[in-house]
Design a protein around this ligand. Sequence first.
Ligand code: GLY
Length: 401
Amino acid sequence: MHSHGHDPNSGGAPDVVVVGGGVIGLVTAWRAAQRGLRVTVVDPEPGGGAARVAAGMLAAVTELHHGEQTLLALNLASARRYPAFAAELEEATGLGVGFRPCGTLAVALDADDRAHLRELHALQRRSGLESEWLTGRECRRLEPMLAPGVRGGLRVDGDHQVDPRRLARALVAACERAGVTLLRTSVRELLVRGDRARGVVLADTEGSAGTELAAGQVVLAAGSLSGRLAGVPAEAVPPVRPVKGQVLRLTVPAAYAPFLSRTVRAVVRGGNVYLVPRENGELVVGATSEEMGWDTTVTAGGVYELLRDAHELIPGITELPLTETRAGLRPASPDNAPLLGPTALPGLHLATGHHRNGVLLTPVTGDVMAEVLTTGVLPSDARPFTPRRFPAPVVREEQPA
Ligand code: GLY
């Protein structure tokens, strides 16, 4: 019997193949499946990727930068969606994602840091964002573990957190329940025929040559590896590069709790350091920002700098067990904003380039991608993030006949 319906279990070619099963690929697949599309995600380890390392700050306001107002709008749109998004995911899977509306305190340790924070505060206010200037004493009243030398800070009650590992696990489960096929293998190359993406060729497995997986549309959501997929024509290759971040995990013993009640961060010697306290006692300390290619080595220098800077902020951390060190790769685009939607190659979409904001932008990315995959139209709030904003690399053209 033949069925032409969209029963995801009925076999046959999927409507959409998503290359990459990190949080961005998974949310795209989940939302698209909810809208009736048959979706396959290809990834050797769905739920892995940079979210395994990320601290999970939803820092639309505290990570605001000059010249990034357009990105701010998307970040805020996603931050607003988080409470309902987390609730829906928990409801769909029975799995918590650790969304914690805890707020953030950004502090200054010396006069330079304070000048920098004052500037950030002015920029936040010009942008209509909620942020309150506090004296050092007021900061320490909120967070008594802060160093006595803290010179002032910004209280941002709207920058919350989620646990990215739990988020990734819940997204895997949500995909499975929505009928998404998860293929635990890698993609060898994009399948292009007649000037259109037609699916992917899977990596060879033992004894069998690469299998073709045909699909109407392909979404490239492979994080920092997105620019390396074979078979993508030059004009559609995403301009993403890896930016390494080393991150530590400490544990706050129950006897010390509450060690911190919100995310605490600072810029120390020009580098960002943040401490994100989870309800379960995990304390995440991040992050370096290094242009080192695809290297994910945890270095003595990286760990040293993070601990040194975190210790200046919260001297008591030296008492805590250090339980994990890890490095991940942020997928950075030339303007630090994501690449969403159709490329110059018909049938090929991007959902990558989220740089420092992948976890924050997960809800809005899912909605935007599901919309463009079902209607062919990129929603207006995502149009500034079209991959076509970057000129294609120059390719020598044949002389016309
Ligand atoms: N947004 C935090 C980071 O990328 O380090």
